[in-house]
Design a protein around this ligand. Structure first.
Ligand code: PRX
Length: 638
């Protein structure tokens, strides 16, 4: 399948961008017409950002899995849809062709139906990176259930919070997962989460690690047993549920500047069209491409560029269970060579960590199949960009630096590989359909080039967030109320002399640690749960590999003076329990008080400066309740 909407030249990009911003409805309708619809839409776009209210392809009916699977069966039945590389290189890899993936999704859709899952039900998926994770996601979409995938690193408490928020009555999990040298007892974590979630009706468990698990009668069933029942019943094809364009496809929880994660909701049609369009254009998809996105399906990058984008385009998506540095730092390059990967899409944190091992692990590896390199998740520093370009791409592969968010569903700002120019450390230009603006603190739009400000988007694109689950007001307040009639991204950016964008990082209290979003308020809530912690403040600081590290200032009562490191371990354990290991602070400094204004507000600006090591340049402290505490904190900096 080739796509008429694949942009091939700068002039085509310019024309597409112009057309898309002048008449977005018409622009996207022409693209949407190339998908498989049960019924065509009546109205392409209806929107206002005040409520917010965004509806794409109203009146249309479709099922995304018919676009990702069924429509490829005529010409791609035997082409690999998913290639799976296990954590342990000694274990056999697996390949699922489009036909096999289709059949597995249909079978598992029957399993879901047999277990009572209906259209609109929320299904939580907590699995490792195995093909069955993609099967579970697609089977939910096939029956019209709303999936909520939770990354395997989140704790029982985090899972429970998400289950309660979404009122998810069904769970799909594994006995355990392999990640590098670790075995993660996924089902055990789910059992802990379910202690307070009595509304959960069914837990379907896939066998991956053979870790002993406790199966609760009437609630827990084995994936394999359920599949056997479907086989005995002689059930094969599963007629896909007919969905309205705007029916929710999934919920994905992400951190904001408040303590509670938000359930970002994406809708079926717009999400499908935009992830496909951006996949085809940014990576310049060619038929037969092997696309290796190294993200976890537990994050938006995995949803959009391992599952839905590549499969809707008929590409071959490579799924890797492990981590880049286990059993050694040559893992990615071994995989690229083994499967002749054409597109490698990874995070700056992975590049920086691999850079640390030097070029030894690359030597002797044939990386000549690579055509395009991509990065996502955080700003990439120039040094990492150059290393990636030189040592991995051998100066022949364009790098696409793709800026986007969980809320945007797909890539919003990026060069198109080999078509529009790249610039180190710049995401560069907006995709067609995306109209970015920079605003100052008062919301005034900053015109011209060589300027910086807060990044907002002026018009809806098809995969824009529709709501936050169960709380539309929260969606409005978070994204659409800071600046009237604009979607506010929470990022700062600068625009260079050629109109290219460089994303400079979050301007709110959200950290980006190894490309993962973590709210400082969330970490503080977790720290404050520890019995000895009176109060805490969390800020980010530059970290060579993770991009940002987490620095926690803690007011502690108790006997930490003699056992300071043990106390630190206890506190870290608390964060691991409450959120998960990904939110553990890198540094904990015990302080006698926090710098506060007379009205009791913590002056984070000062704490950030100290964590960044800028001890000389703290700024005005005269409005503080107790300026002396600043000196103490400076002296105790880690
Ligand atoms: O700060 C931006 C950063 O990651 C945030 C979005 O995080 P999340 O929703 O978890 O999605 C990550 C994967 C899309 C953004 O607000 N970010 C993402 N991509 C880039 C980036 N910062 C700079 N350059 C990027 N290419």
């Amino acid at each position: 399948m080739s796509y008429s909407y694949q942009i091939k030249t700068q002039a085509e990009y310019d024309a597409a961008w112009k057309k898309s911003t002048e008449n977005p409805g018409q622009f996207w309708a022409e693209i949407a017409a190339q998908f498989y619809w049960r019924k065509k839409w009546d109205i392409a776009l209806d929107w206002n950002f005040a409520e917010p209210h965004v509806r794409w392809f109203l009146g249309g009916k479709l099922n995304i899995t018919e676009n990702c699977l069924d429509r490829h069966l005529a010409d791609k039945a035997n082409q690999p849809a998913i290639i799976w590389e296990p954590n342990n290189p000694e274990e056999a890899h697996r390949v699922l062709t489009y036909k096999q993936l289709h059949d597995k999704v249909c079978q598992f859709a029957h399993v879901l139906r047999n277990n009572g899952v209906k259209k609109g039900d929320r299904v939580c998926i907590y699995m490792g990176m195995i093909p069955e994770l993609a099967v579970a996601v697609l089977a939910c979409a096939r029956v019209g259930a709303i999936h909520s995938v939770i990354f395997g690193g989140f704790s029982a408490q985090s899972i429970a919070d998400r289950l309660i928020d979404a009122q998810a009555e069904f769970i799909i999990t594994c006995d355990g997962a392999y990640r590098g040298a670790k075995d993660i007892p996924l089902k055990g974590v789910i059992d802990d989460a379910l202690i307070g979630c009595r509304f959960v009706k069914k837990v379907i468990v896939f066998t991956r690690t053979r870790t002993p698990v406790s199966m609760i009668k009437g609630r827990d069933v084995w994936w394999e047993d359920e599949i056997r029942k479907v086989e005995t019943q002689g059930l094969h094809e599963f007629e896909a549920e007919e969905m309205n364009s705007e029916d929710p496809l999934f919920i994905l929880y992400t951190s904001g500047s408040t303590g509670k994660p938000k359930g970002v909701v994406h809708a079926c049609a717009g999400y499908m069209i935009y992830t496909n369009y951006t996949f085809v254009n940014v990576f310049q998809y060619k038929p037969g491409d092997v696309h290796f996105c190294t993200a976890d399906v537990g994050w938006i990058t995995g949803h959009s560029y391992i599952v839905y984008g590549p499969l809707s385009a008929g590409a071959t998506s490579l799924m890797f269970e492990g981590v880049p540095t286990w059993p050694d730092a040559g893992r990615f390059w071994e995989i690229v060579e083994k499967y002749k990967v054409n597109v490698l899409y990874t995070a700056p944190t992975a590049i920086r960590s691999l850079m640390g091992f030097g070029t030894g692990p690359i030597e002797g590896r044939d990386l000549s199949s690579l055509r395009v390199l991509g990065t996502v998740g955080e700003p990439i520093n120039e040094e990492a960009w150059q290393w990636y370009f030189k040592h991995i791409g051998k100066e022949k592969c364009p790098i696409v630096d793709t800026w986007w968010q969980t809320e945007t569903g797909g890539i919003l700002i990026s060069n198109l590989a080999g078509v529009t120019p790249a610039k180190a450390a710049f995401a560069t230009l907006p995709l067609p359909g995306v109209d970015p603006v920079l605003v100052d603190e008062n919301g005034k739009i900053i015109e011209g080039n060589n300027v910086s400000g807060n990044l907002c988007i002026r018009q809806p694109w098809p995969s824009i967030i529709r709501t936050t689950w169960g709380d539309h007001e929260r969606c409005r307040v978070n994204y659409f109320a800071t600046y009237p009639n604009l979607y506010f991204t929470g990022d700062g950016a600068l625009r260079d002399e050629n109109g290219m964008y460089r994303i400079t990082g979050r301007v709110d209290d959200v950290l980006n640690v190894s490309g993962h979003r973590i709210g400082t308020a969330e970490v503080e809530n977790a720290l404050n749960m520890h019995a000895g912690v009176v109060e805490s403040a969390v800020v980010g600081y530059p970290h060579d590999i993770k991009g940002q590290g987490i620095y926690a200032y803690i007011v502690y009562t108790g006997e930490h003076e003699t056992e300071e490191n043990l106390t630190r371990q206890d506190i870290l354990q608390t964060v691991t329990r409450v959120i998960g290991a990904i939110a553990k602070p890198d540094k904990i400094q015990f302080v006698s008080g926090l710098p506060k204004t007379r009205s009791g507000k913590i002056m984070r600006r000062i704490l950030r400066k100290i964590a960044e090591g800028e001890l000389e340049n703290i700024g005005d402290t005269s409005t503080l309740l107790d300026p002396a505490v600043v000196e103490e904190i400076k002296n105790g900096k880690l």
